[in-house]
Ligand binder design. Structure first.
Ligand code: AMP
Length: 463
C-alpha cells in the first residue's frame, strides 16, 4: 500500500513530514524515507529500512535540516515490487548534471519489465526492482532527453507509457508536484498548513500536524506547488474512477476521510448490514482488532446483542499481513491478538473481521477462540469473498493462494471450523459505504479489473 506525504512552503517541513509519516505508518513498515529541498541546492534524500522512528534518528534529522528546507516529501514502504532492501526504499530519484528529481509514490506497475527495458535502451541505469524508480526515470527521460516541455508534460508522458497505479509526490530544487493516476486507485488528499501546502495518502496525516483538509486530488490531476502557490493541470487521459474498495474495508485508518466519508462510520454501517444479511442469535459480539471493531459495534447496535472486547491487541506489533513471509505471518497473529478466556468461555459468539485473504489469520483466530472455550463461533466478514489477486499496489499473492478462489463458502467454513461463516454481499458493502459502485475498483471480489492488462503479470501464473 505505502504512505505518501508532501509539504511545500513551510519552515517546519521536516518535523511535519516525520509526524505525518508516523500517522501513515499503518500503510507500510518496511522502510521510510524523506527528500528535502531548500530552493537553492538539489534535493537531498535520506532513507532506511524500518519504521519512521527507526530511520529518522536525531543525526539523520539534523543532516536533513542543515540546509533550511522549506519543502519535503516522504514515504513509508510496504513492498509489492522489489524486495525489502535499502535499494528499493523510497524516495527514488533521477539525476542529471543540472537536476535531481525525487519521488515518493504509492503505486504499482503492470508493464515494469517492458518499461525498464525501454529506459535501459536509452542508456539509463535501473538500480532497484521498484516501480517508483522506473516512474521517476521515465519522467526525467521525457523532460531531459525527449524535452517534451515543462515537468508536468513529462508526468503526462509518463502516464501514457506506464500501465499502473500512482499516487505520488515529486520534489525538485524549488517545486513540488502531486499527482494521481487517471483511475485514482490509491487515495491522495490536499491540505493547508499555515502558509504552506500539504499532500497525504490519508487525512489522518493532516490531523496530526493540525493541517486543514482541503479536498481530494482528482484522478489524473497534477498539482504544481511553487512560490506563486498551487495550480492544477489535467492532461492525463480520462478514465473511469476506480478507488480501491479495500481502502474502505481495511487499509485506511478509521479516522481518515475519503469521499467525505469517515471510515469508522462506514465500517460501523458494514456491521449493521451484516446483521441484515445474517440475523444470528448470540450471547455477544466481538470484533477482531483493529479493523473488525467498528463492524462489531455496528452489528451489536443493529442486533441489540452485547458488544464485548473479548480480544486484546498488543499495540506494539504491526499489521500481521504486512510481514512478507508466511511463517512470520502465522506467528504474528498469535503475538498480536490475545483472546480472554474469562470473557469467551461457554459463549455463543459472533466475531466480526474485515476480510479473509489467504485464510491464515482467520484459521488462527478460530483456533484461539476454541482454545478460549467459545461454545459457538459465527465468523462474519465486512467484505465479500476475496477471489482475485490485486495488481494495484497490494501484495495479495497469486490467485491460488486466495482461499476463496479455491474453495466454496461452506468448504472454507468447515476448514476454519466455524458454526457460521458469513461474507457481506457486494450490495450490502456499497450500501454501507453510501457511494456508487462506479467510483470504485472491486476487482478482488468481481474480477472486473479497471486497467486492461496487455501482458498477464506473474500473479496470474497457475490460473
Ligand atoms: P489472511 O491471513 O491472508 O487471510 O489475511 C487476512 C488478514 O489480513 C485480515 O485480518 C485483514 O485484516 C488483513 N488484510 C486483508 N487484506 C489485506 C491486504 N491486502 N494487505 C494487508 N492486510 C490485509
Amino acid at each position: 500500500m505505502c504512505g505518501v506525504f508532501g509539504i511545500y512552503g513551510h519552515v517546519n517541513a521536516i518535523d511535519a513530514a516525520v509526524l505525518a509519516l508516523r500517522a501513515l505508518q499503518h500503510r507500510g513498515q518496511e522502510a521510510a524515507g524523506i527528500a528535502v529541498a531548500n530552493g537553492v541546492r538539489q534535493p537531498k534524500v535520506r532513507k532506511g529500512l524500518g519504521t519512521v522512528i527507526q530511520v529518522f534518528s536525531k543525526e539523520v534529522l539534523q543532516d536533513l535540516n542543515e540546509r533550511g528546507p522549506f519543502a519535503a516529501i516522504g514515504q513509508t514502504r510496504y513492498s509489492t515490487k522489489g524486495t525489502n532492501t535499502l535499494v528499493n526504499a523510497q524516495p527514488h530519484w533521477a539525476e542529471s548534471l543540472q537536476e535531481l528529481f525525487a519521488i515518493a509514490d504509492n503505486g504499482d506497475m503492470l508493464n515494469l519489465p517492458e518499461q525498464k527495458a525501454r529506459l535501459e535502451k536509452m542508456g539509463i541505469d535501473i538500480l532497484s526492482g521498484n516501480d517508483a524508480e522506473i516512474k521517476i526515470k521515465t519522467i526525467a527521460a521525457e523532460y531531459l532527453i525527449n524535452r517534451v516541455g515543462p515537468l508536468e508534460q513529462a508526468i503526462i508522458a509518463m502516464s501514457e507509457q506506464i500501465q499502473g497505479v500512482y499516487s505520488s509526490c515529486l520534489l525538485t530544487r524549488d517545486k513540488m508536484y502531486a499527482f494521481r493516476d487517471p483511475h485514482g486507485i490509491r487515495p491522495l488528499s490536499l491540505g493547508k498548513l499555515d502558509t504552506g501546502w500539504v499532500v497525504a495518502s490519508e487525512t489522518c496525516a493532516f490531523d496530526v500536524i493540525n493541517a486543514e483538509y482541503i479536498r481530494e486530488i482528482e484522478p489524473g490531476e497534477i498539482l504544481i506547488f511553487d512560490q506563486n502557490g498551487v495550480r492544477s493541470v489535467n492532461g492525463m487521459k480520462a478514465c473511469r474512477k476506480s478507488l480501491c474498495i479495500f481502502e474502505f474495508i481495511y487499509f485506511a485508518r478509521p479516522d481518515s476521510i475519503i469521499y467525505d466519508k469517515l471510515l469508522e462510520e462506514a465500517r460501523k454501517r458494514m456491521g449493521e448490514e451484516l446483521f441484515r444479511e445474517y440475523p444470528l442469535e448470540a450471547d455477544m459480539v466481538i470484533g477482531i482488532p483493529d479493523t473488525g471493531l467498528p463492524g462489531a459495534m455496528g452489528y451489536s447496535k443493529a442486533s441489540g446483542i452485547a458488544y464485548e472486547r473479548g480480544c486484546i491487541k498488543n499495540s506494539y506489533i504491526g499489521r500481521s499481513f504486512i510481514e512478507p513471509q508466511q511463517f512470520m505471518r502465522e506467528h504474528a497473529v498469535q503475538i498480536k491478538l490475545n483472546f480472554m478466556e474469562r470473557v469467551i468461555r461457554g459463549k455463543n459468539l459472533v466475531a466480526v473481521e474485515d476480510s479473509i485473504v489467504r485464510g491464515t489469520t482467520s484459521e488462527r483466530i478460530v483456533q484461539m477462540l476454541r482454545q478460549a472455550r467459545a461454545e459457538k463461533v459465527h465468523l462474519l466478514l465486512t467484505s465479500p469473498p476475496y477471489k482475485r489477486p490485486c495488481f494495484y499496489a497490494i501484495d495479495t499473492g497469486r490467485r491460488e493462494e486466495l482461499i476463496a478462489a479455491r474453495m466454496s463458502v461452506p468448504e472454507i467454513a468447515s476448514k476454519l471450523g466455524v458454526n457460521t461463516l458469513g461474507y457481506l454481499s457486494l450490495d450490502g458493502l456499497y450500501r454501507a459505504i453510501g457511494l456508487e459502485r462506479e467510483l470504485f475498483c472491486d476487482a478482488c471480489f468481481t474480477g472486473d479489473y479497471p486497467i486492461p492488462m496487455e501482458h498477464e503479470p506473474s500473479k496470474f501464473e497457475g490460473e
